[in-house]
Ligand binder design. Sequence first.
Ligand code: ADQ
Length: 465
Amino acid sequence: MSRLVVVSNRVGPVKDAARAGGLAVALVDALRARGGLWYGWSGKTDKRSADHASIEETDNLTLATVDLTPREYKDYYNGFANRCLWPLFHYRIDLTAFDRSYYEGYRRVNAKFAHVLYPLLRADDTIWVHDYHFLAFGDELRQMGATQPMGFFLHIPFPAREVLAALPHHDAMVRGLFAYDVLGFQTERDCERFRDYVVREAHGIADGDTLHCFGRSVVIRAFPIGIDTEGFARIAAEDKDACRQYDKVTKALAGRTQIVGVDRLDYTKGIAERFHAYERLLQEYPDARRQVSYLQIAATSRGDVLEYRQMRDELDGLSGHINGTYGDVDWTPLRYLNKPLPRRTLAGLYRASKIGLVTPLRDGMNLVAKEYVAAQDPEDPGVLILSRFAGASYQMPEATIVNPYDTKEVADALQIARYMSLQERRERFEALMKRLKVEDVARWRDDFLSTLAAVPRRRPISAAS
Ligand code: ADQ
């Protein structure tokens, strides 16, 4: 089997992959099995521009990382990736910074990453590139002469044609993607949107799942990412920390129904809309007061981007308002924490929560929805309320699917979930779990890599000309 090279903005963790979760474990397992190389940003900045990678060998896999200069960090990472592509691909044109210097910085960093990786490559490597930080990376590597099979997986949604067209360099971006052999998306919907752009905007030709455009061909397919379903279910049921957390929370709830939300603090996750929906539940269904307790865990992310700081202020205000209006000396309606929690703790919290509230405004997949279901007690499972705009909703139709913008609909769904019969909860849970066990993270990884392995090899440029 050829060596696997994974390229992603951040590498690892490797030694402690289990603590980071399913995706890290799935990649580390594949890398170890194939004596692999994991390549990306070190997470550090240095004023001197790096022209080579720092290499670290750990059992049967190699980590190669590159520092960014403060300017590269500003333009490529905070700028184009997080203030332009992230909001735009999540349909937030209003928050998108169309700054040309960000785009130029992004191209420069993609080229730099390609130049540093190229000498480390072997002729028979298989290269798997991840996410929106590296849309232009494959093109840069091909321009240097790389002929290895190269696939790309987009973890976030691919936007509708008209939305993408708002990006000044949309045509160059899509042309660059044709340097890859396989393009993987989270859902069929994302594939359709990509196909629509290529056919109607770039006048390419679709032939089954192969697209021909710009004199090149690429296979596009949906590979919905999963979790380590059985492993997570086991943690929730048996792990010491998870069980301790479950017992502690259940005792403190004293018979109240816990609603749980777990997110990165991000405007795409719909947390403010969720707070409004919860307030509406308390307003319109007085019997819910004192009987429910909503726990929202929102780990701060991208704190140096203005929009994220503003959102944090807004959520602080909203949670204070809800607790001030509805709370009592012995009841806090909303507990809102700005910190990441260990996976084992999360597993226990999910299991202790009779309602999982996962209502992003847009999300590539959303793994919290899957983790919530996997953590439930099969004898007495909770109810998942899931946004129709999460990629996960296509694989999880037995969840209660809602429109996250419609606070009345979400409030009603919460009220219905409170009273859902055990039989209905079990039926929904069993159908969801059955699919989650089959469509897990190992299957996602293996499907992607076998699709890439089946694509015919490119001939070296010299042989083709
Ligand atoms: P994210 O936007 O980060 O990822 P998501 O899939 O919801 O989103 O979560 C990824 C992981 O982070 C989950 O395992 C979750 O448990 C963990 N997590 C979230 N909040 C946490 C917290 N407060 N404390 C601890 N852990 C927390 C991107 C895309 C998603 C896509 C994933 C994977 O935006 O749509 O599902 O990649 O492809």
